[in-house]
Design a protein around this ligand. Structure first.
Ligand SMILES: Cc1cc2nc3c(=O)[nH]c(=O)nc-3n(C[C@H](O)[C@H](O)[C@H](O)COP(=O)(O)O)c2cc1C
Length: 399
């Protein structure tokens, strides 16, 4: 999303860790999202990455020495919206916890009054040191956010907790810290991806749904402060960080999980594409090709229909993937399934619907007994998710 961090100024602090080279990927993501990035390095960081490369990738002058541009520590602290330290050494964490300000980075950190995110990277032995753990606990208690470190193989050849988390996760933490929490207090239940109907132990019926739209909705709802439960059919993409994540395979399993979580949900986004029909008989072996001529099918449960029978249900949004944008059919579905909103997208168009990273939809809802339709332009699925959630919030407030 190219405007996600538009007009945001991010201070990035780079310290003397072997993981410092990974900062280029983080800077790239921040800049692609429209942020202006101001780099500050420790003197030790310059052993690992060159100031020139940092300067070029940020597009802003890199500062290292406190006396390079006197008062830069105050100027930077005043003008920036967020301070990210990635990677953060044990040394930096301990110094920050004690309020030490003996170089430009620590001095600027002490002067900074906005949100601070620290992404540590170090050998697991250093990470486990009582001093480091105490500093982290203290910094968390005064509102500093930590992301990672992760468990995995470390640069020194050992295994353990100390790896810098992936650039995408650090980027998401930055975006989340700068996003208004307008969905705080909501429990958003999202379904995503396809389901499967097995024929035998290895063969099944499914569809081309990738889960991208549902995952985008879950990610954006979480970013905006909601508690998020994501129920997903098989998908190859990495799920976003949510409060609860359930993987299911069949439509029956999806229905069961939805019913388990629905009582506490305030918003239900049914972005999954569960299959409508499945083989009537499942063979518990691999069928030989000569032993079968035809497959009999039966209807799968209709999840939205089951939900429509509930006495108390959340604000419910259905998704309709149609060949062509037939709003009349979508409105019939809206009524039949007792929905509060339906999002229609055309699966026949290039760049929209299943598997695509982008989408163009029509949001249909009812106000004072009258249908309203809102067409979006071609946007990323995250942008579409944001528009849908804003509309949901608006309609819920009016209810
Ligand atoms: C090859 C090498 C790799 C290092 N990697 C790390 C690291 O990943 N994390 C860490 O906390 N310290 C690491 N250190 C130690 C720090 O560089 C050292 O504590 C330094 O004083 C940190 O200074 P700074 O926090 O001002 O950047 C490493 C040292 C060397 C020689």
């Amino acid at each position: 999303m190219k405007d996600l961090l538009k007009n945001k100024k991010i201070l990035i602090g780079i310290t003397g860790s072997i993981a410092a080279y990974k900062v280029f990927e983080i800077i790239k993501l921040l800049k692609e999202a429209g942020a202006e990035v101001f780099p500050v390095m420790t003197e030790k960081a310059t052993y690992f990455v060159t100031p020139l490369s940092i300067e070029i990738s940020c597009g802003n002058r890199v500062l290292i020495d406190m006396f390079q541009e006197p008062l830069s520590h105050i100027e930077l602290a005043k003008k920036c919206d967020l301070f990210l330290i990635a990677p953060a050494t044990a040394n930096l964490i301990n110094k920050y916890a004690c309020g030490i300000a003996d170089d430009l980075l620590t001095t600027t950190l002490l002067a900074f009054r906005g949100p601070v995110i620290i992404a540590p990277a170090m050998n697991w032995r250093m990470y486990q040191a009582a001093q480091v753990q105490k500093s982290i606990d203290y910094l968390k208690s005064i509102g500093v956010e930590f992301i990672g470190p992760e468990q995995g193989s470390l640069a020194c050849g050992e295994e353990g907790t100390g790896r810098l988390v992936r650039a995408e996760k650090i980027f998401e933490a930055v975006v989340s810290a700068l996003t208004e929490k307008d969905l705080k207090g909501q429990h958003v239940l999202v379904t995503a991806g396809p389901t499967r109907g097995y024929l035998d132990v290895i063969r099944f019926i499914t569809n081309r749904s990738s889960g991208k739209m549902g995952y985008a909705l879950a990610k954006v709802a979480k970013r905006r402060g909601a508690k998020v439960t994501l129920i997903s059919g098989p998908s190859n993409i990495e799920p976003p960080e949510v409060d609860k994540f359930f993987k299911v395979e069949t439509t029956e399993e999806m229905l069961e999980k939805v019913m388990e979580s629905i009582n506490s949900a305030t918003i239900l986004l049914m972005a999954a594409a569960p299959i409508d029909f499945e083989p009537e008989k499942i063979f518990n072996t691999k069928i030989e090709k000569n032993s079968i001529n035809s497959i009999s099918l039966r209807l799968c449960p209709d999840i939205l229909k089951e939900i429509s029978k509930l006495k108390k249900k959340p604000f419910t949004i259905g998704f309709s993937a149609e060949a062509g944008l037939n709003t009349e059919r979508a409105k019939i579905k809206f009524k039949e399934k007792a929905l509060d909103m339906i999002v229609l997208n055309d699966i026949m168009k290039k760049n929209t619907g299943m598997e695509s990273d982008t989408n163009e939809v029509i949001i249909i809802y009812k106000k004072r007994n009258k249908f309203f339709e809102e067409n979006t332009s071609l946007l990323s699925k995250e942008e579409i998710a944001s528009l849908i959630l804003s509309k949901v919030k608006e309609l819920m407030l009016e209810k």
